[in-house]
Design a protein around this ligand. Structure first.
Ligand code: CTP
Length: 375
């Protein structure tokens, strides 16, 4: 509260009845210079607090420290105190910073509730590791006030260039059927593309995510997931959605070849199958590059093993891209199946940036920053 006030913010505190046992309303009202709210009514005065007005008044809503109990109630839409009714009426961005004991934090119901809140579009401020109220050590400690303040300040001051933009992202592998039970695929998990879609959505863009078979759940109110299986299905969806898209990012690991004639029935052992005849799959990115208008931004990925930089730059030109992201296959912890990645970015304006090994979420942030040049 002190940091926000210092920056000129107008802060209204709502405490739950239980929180009043931890911190006195007087301490909080002294800091905010206004009454702290807990109840719907003041019986003595006959006045009541409008949760709808409060929810509409705020530019940002911070739930900190968010207990397991209040989080579960928010996840379930329970509205039995002023804080809970107000959050239901809020139209502004919501940030939540859980704080609880380590085992409570690890409990599957807590993970489920966190995912539920994230699916509402609420932003999670992860708890950190440290000493907990129980005396135990572990993850569950409220993030430091200074760090929370920085996140809120960023949220309030940066209005993203991507806010309100239409974005198309492809992600995941494709499965090319050999027969009804077998396919030719690849090891892509879809994580890099999903992180990119999330990063755009968190900046207020509306995202169509064409996703090949992936085990990763995607839930964000601004992301429309279009599941596909084959390269051809991905192509059809891309052709449909590309004309409206202002920025398109093709992270999918699309098959280059597909069985020429998938068998209608399961191929039996006795057939002595020696080879599967393949035909080229459509190069979706190249097609989109040919259709691209001046006001559209097109981003490709490249996965190379030899002459990586030269080949990536060739793809940038040949496919008429604004930017290409070169994935490392050599570095440990990078590429398919990892939660980290190491990339280089080349732009049509001849920029070349090399990044270190980072989480795929951070890599997504770097890629979005690079795309800003063309938006
Ligand atoms: N891509 C695509 N359609 C394909 C194959 C690839 O749209 N049939 C896209 C990928 O989504 C990626 C980019 O093209 O953004 C580069 O993919 P990559 O596999 O590295 O290269 P290819 O173009 O397939 O070329 P090569 O296999 O010769 O390296």
């Amino acid at each position: 509260i002190r940091l926000l006030k210092k920056e000129g913010a107008d802060v209204q505190v709502i405490v739950t009845p239980m929180a009043r046992d931890f911190v006195t309303p007087l301490t909080l009202s002294t800091l905010t210079e206004k009454p702290v709210l807990t109840n719907f009514f003041d019986k003595a005065e006959g006045s009541w607090t409008s949760h709808v007005d409060l929810g509409l008044w705020a530019d940002l809503f911070l739930l900190a420290p968010l207990s397991a109990n209040t989080m579960a109630k928010i996840a379930g839409g329970v509205a039995d105190n002023l804080l809970l009714t107000t959050i239901l009426s809020a139209r502004c961005p919501v940030y939540f910073a859980p704080a609880m004991d380590l085992d409570m934090y690890k409990h599957p119901s807590t993970s489920e509730n966190i995912n539920k809140l994230k699916s509402f579009g609420y932003h999670l401020i992860d708890p950190v590791e440290g000493e907990l109220a129980s005396g135990l050590k572990g993850v569950g400690r409220l993030e430091e006030p200074g760090a929370i303040f920085e996140i809120l300040k960023d949220a309030l001051t940066s209005s993203s260039v991507f806010a309100g933009k239409k974005i198309l992202v492809t992600a995941g592998p494709t499965y090319e059927p050999v027969d009804p039970v077998r396919f030719i695929g690849n090891y892509s998990s879809g994580r890099m593309g999903i992180e990119i879609a999330m990063a755009f959505a968190e900046q207020g863009a509306s995202v169509d995510l064409i996703l090949g078979p992936s085990a990763i759940p995607v839930e964000h109110p601004l992301i429309n997931v279009i599941p596909v299986t084959t390269a051809h299905e991905m192509y059809e969806q891309c052709i449909l959605l590309f004309p409206q898209s202002e920025v398109t990012v093709m992270t999918a690991a699309v098959a280059d070849f597909t069985p020429a004639k998938p068998a209608g029935q399961k191929i039996k052992k006795e057939t002595q199958l020696e080879q599967i005849k393949l035909k080229p799959a459509v190069d979706i990115l190249k097609k989109l590059g040919g259709l691209k208008q001046d006001n559209q931004v097109l981003v490709g990925f490249a996965l190379e093993t030899d002459d990586a930089e030269v080949n990536a730059q060739l793809k940038l030109k040949n496919k008429n891209l604004d930017l290409i992201v070169l994935n490392s296959l050599i570095d440990e912890g990078a590429g398919f199946g990892h939660s980290t990645n190491k990339v280089m970015i080349f732009t049509r304006t001849n920029k070349r940036v090399e990044f270190k090994l980072k989480s795929k979420k951070e890599v997504a942030g770097d890629i979005l920053n690079a795309i800003k040049e063309f938006v």
